[in-house]
Design a protein around this ligand. Structure first.
Ligand SMILES: [Fe+2]
Length: 290
């Protein structure tokens, strides 16, 4: 099934590189073969295909049943329909996080596409949450297994922002959508602004393998978090999670045209610092069609 695929390990920790290597073109890669490797490895890098932004968009579409639009309105788009966005314009390092895992829209797939690497630094990092959980200090692991996390946004979501994030600001439609979410409570103020809270495990079940995974937004999110009983998360949990994730970090040293497909419900991602203002990496988020 995977004979058309030329592969090598991405790192000793996890992940797989699928190379062109004289084999099939990007659009001709066998669907089932790619899906099988993705479920097993958690991160796939597609290298050597000289992918354009349109190729990137097509690959994402081929493995997705729905695209998500990022909640940050300040990102530059590089595709005509606005679905392919550059990652945020800052240059600071970003610790391990799973995109939008603080809310029930949590997309299954995180995608990156390298338009232009930084001249130095600026690697995107990936962290297999299954391996990180094995290395997490027992005290923190026990706490995370016992008590889920409750998330809130620091600001209420106005109607215009509701439209962009949820596809509507119509109250009845939002009520129908939110009824599908587990462990989600919400209310609207008199001006129609939405406040919500969402409770979810910091160490959920991974989607395609029989294991829990350290996969959450605890280390890198502007959202407000506590344990579900309202108690604060002890500071040692942060250091323990930073230690465990750094031990399994894999630096993606970008080349022009690289595409990376990440299991956003198992593997976290982040970024190393850089100075080069010309670094351009695009991201997409989607729900898998498998
Ligand atoms: Fe991110």
């Amino acid at each position: 099934m995977t004979t058309l695929l030329s592969t090598s390990l991405l790192s000793e920790h996890h992940g797989l590189v699928i190379e062109k290597g004289g084999g099939a073109a990007l659009a001709e890669l066998p669907y089932e073969g790619v899906v099988d490797l993705f479920k097993q490895h958690g991160t796939l890098m597609f290298r050597g295909f000289e992918a354009t932004a349109d190729d990137f968009r097509e690959l994402v579409q081929r493995f997705s049943e729905k695209l998500y639009f990022h909640q940050n309105p300040n990102r530059e788009t590089i595709s005509e329909d606005g679905a392919v966005l550059l990652v945020d314009a800052h240059r600071n390092p970003i610790p391990a996080h799973a995109e939008m895992s603080y809310c029930p829209l949590h997309p299954g797939l995180q995608w990156f596409y390298c338009v232009q690497p930084a001249s130095s630094g600026g690697a995107t990092t990936v962290y297999d949450g299954v391996a990180a959980l094995d290395l997490l200090a027992k005290e923190t692991r026990d706490l995370f297994e016992e008590k889920r996390l409750t998330w809130r946004l620091p600001f209420a979501t106005g109607p215009e922002h509701q439209e962009r994030v949820f596809g509507t600001s119509d109250r009845a439609e939002l009520d129908r959508l939110f009824a599908e979410f587990d462990d989600f409570t919400y209310d609207f103020d008199d001006a129609g602004n939405l406040n919500w809270s969402y409770t979810v495990s910091a160490v959920p079940q991974a989607p395609y393998i029989d294991s829990r995974t350290l996969c959450n937004s605890y280390l890198g999110s502007g959202a407000i978090v506590s344990f579900e009983d309202g108690s604060p998360i002890p500071q040692h949990c942060r250091w323990d999670a930073l230690d465990a994730t750094e031990k399994v970090a894999v630096d993606l040293e970008w080349e022009v045209g690289d595409i990376v497909m990440i299991d956003n419900k198992r593997v976290m991602h982040g970024r190393r610092a850089f100075e080069d203002p010309n670094r351009r990496v695009a991201a997409m988020l989607s729900m898998p069609n498998f």
